[in-house]
Design a protein. Structure first.
Length: 196
């Protein structure tokens, strides 16, 4: 039953932490309310890091909260988990593990971050488009057979991993350039292993 109405049940989380490809809202709100605040935090951090070499106090916690919540939302929406995700920072079987903030920060990497992100954003756009079709196939599979094939589940999981790697880099959580590998097992570094 839950799989049939999953998109409707995910709407409260989508309003808060949905990604940029949700098209039913105005352009300014496509990242979700908390996503927009996280982007503002990243912009403030960008200026602070480029000019002082240090992040602003307190912003890292919020950006981590947003990414963790977003990982739980994606795991639920993309049919990776059946449990309804909690609001906020409560335990859930899908999570994102992020490295500590580097000290000192790499000013050049941060200053050029938007240019460094461009190839990842192009790849991520293609993966998100493919994920729409995978989600439709997965949803039909669950509705009609009550099962989800391993291949569909694995692809969605790997896209979620890639998405979290790119978003954590974009939000200036760390300075390590993300791998282009789609396979979560090969791409995750021991210090920043991500789970979704």
């Amino acid at each position: 039953m839950d799989g049939r109405v999953r998109p409707i049940l995910a709407i409260p989380h989508a309003i808060l932490v949905a990604g940029p490809l949700i098209g039913f809202r105005p352009r300014w709100a496509r990242a979700g309310v908390l996503g927009m605040v996280a982007l503002v935090c990243a912009a403030l951090d960008w200026f602070a890091i480029v000019f002082t070499g240090r992040s602003l106090e307190g912003l890292l916690y919020f950006k981590r909260l947003y990414l963790g919540w977003r990982a739980r939302y994606l795991a639920y929406l993309w049919l990776l988990r059946d449990e309804y995700p909690p609001f906020g920072d409560a335990p859930y079987p899908a999570w994102v593990e992020l490295p500590d903030e580097p000290e000192p920060r790499d000013r050049a990497s941060v200053g050029l971050r938007i240019f460094l992100l461009f190839p990842h954003l192009v790849v991520l756009l293609g993966l998100q488009i493919a994920q729409v079709f995978v989600w439709i196939a997965a949803w039909c599979s669950i509705v009609f057979t009550r099962r989800l094939g391993d291949t569909l589940w694995r692809f969605s999981r790997d896209v979620a991993h890639y998405n979290m790697r790119v978003e954590s880099y974009a939000l200036l959580i760390h300075d390590r350039f993300p791998s282009f590998s789609l396979s979560a097992e090969r791409a995750a570094a021991p210090a920043s292993e991500q789970h979704a």
